[in-house]
Design a protein around this ligand. Structure first.
Ligand code: TYM
Length: 330
């Protein structure tokens, strides 16, 4: 069945392997099979970076990386969040249905409060509401995101249900994660704990060159090797294998697993292989990023076309929403 699919990404740094394997790679496959909307969540980035050095430049870079990785503007609707004012209106309306307590309980809010205690702004608290508005405005059935966004998607379903119940109309479908029959993927960082993010040292970016990839991977936390055959793997080594599984062939993974299990593994070799395979996989993407980001006309055309298509869909939803709430013109 053809689904309506939507997903977004914040332009707060270069795309890393977590973004690619957790999300982008799936977008590329699904764009030819479903009706897809993909966007750059530039407003969301203000919750953590209220005054970025180069707001527009950040959007341009991520857009170029999206396109270089294989998103096809001929088939998918690719747009920038702030080009769609209807999202902000739906955000206001959904805010009336979101409760402080439930927003305070979301894991991402709690994490941000820890990380930026001097800027706990209302945008951070209502981050999941803006995300729900992004999603619901196009009434998609599927949202392809990594595991880290699961809770936000649950919040989106809660708000959709609450809106439908309150106004007695089935306006919003409750979207579910798109996961290709496997579990949602969490790409770990290189520092032995947590997910890959944009912080220095923990992530590998699609735009990283060979030397940088090598340096970062060789610095990844490993510790000393196993001394007992078939012993349990520490988390840092499991993380290396998780990365190896997504970039290398099954034979390569098996080779190193066997070596781990008979205690002959050398972590230096494992990391060298990982760095090489990451390099091979990202090389064609990296080559396209530069050409695309230099082509302003192309980026202008794509975002204009994308915004037109996205606004058409957003306006249709907002008309129903305004009708349900009872907003009318004199
Ligand atoms: P963001 O910008 O943090 O990440 C974009 C996408 O990459 C996935 N991802 C990961 N997947 C697996 N492992 C990781 N280490 C990893 N890091 C990132 C994310 O799951 C996401 O799919 N709130 C969103 C942006 C957003 C959005 C939306 C997404 C705003 N509105 C509407 C979908 C629908 C975010 O911060 O993603």
């Amino acid at each position: 069945m053809k689904e309506t699919v939507l997903s977004g990404i914040r332009p707060t740094g270069n795309l890393h392997l977590g973004n690619y394997f957790g999300a982008l790679r799936n977008f590329i496959k699904m764009q030819y099979e479903h009706q897809c909307f993909f966007f750059i969540a530039d407003l969301h980035s203000l919750t953590t970076h209220p005054k970025p050095d180069d707001f527009h430049g950040n959007v341009r870079r991520v857009l170029a990386e999206y396109l270089a990785a294989g998103l096809d503007p001929e088939v998918a609707t690719i747009f920038v969040q702030s080009d769609i004012p209807e999202v902000s209106e739906l955000y206001v309306l959904l805010n009336m249905l979101a409760y402080k307590g439930e927003l305070e309980r979301t894991a991402s809010f709690k994490e941000k409060v820890r990380k930026q205690e001097d800027n706990v702004n209302a945008g951070l608290l209502t981050y999941p509401v803006l995300m729900a508005a992004d999603i619901l405005i196009h009434r998609p059935t599927k949202v392809p995101v990594g595991k880290d966004q699961e809770q936000h998607l649950e919040m989106t379903r809660v708000l959709a249900r609450r809106f439908n119940n309150l106004y007695g109309q089935e306006i919003f479908p409750e979207p579910t994660a798109f996961n290709f029959g496997s579990d949602l993927l969490k790409i770990p960082g290189l520092d032995g704990s947590g997910k890959m993010g944009k912080s220095e040292g923990n992530g590998i970016f699609l735009a990283d060159d060979e030397k940088t990839i090598h340096k970062k991977v060789m610095r990844a936390v490993t510790g000393s090797g196993p001394t007992e055959p078939n012993s349990a793997m520490p988390e840092s080594i499991q993380n290396i294998f998780t990365l190896l599984r997504v970039v290398s062939t099954p034979d390569t993974v098996q080779y190193f697993l066997d070596k781990y299990n008979d205690c002959s593994i050398r972590y230096g070799d494992l990391k060298k292989q990982l760095a090489e395979d990451i390099y091979k996989l990202t090389l064609p993407i990296r080559e396209r990023i530069e050409a695309i980001s230099a082509d302003n006309d192309y980026l202008h055309r794509i975002t204009k076309h994308g915004a037109e298509k996205a606004r058409e869909s957003a306006q249709a939803t907002l008309k129903l929403v305004r009708g349900a709430v009872g907003i009318k013109r004199f």
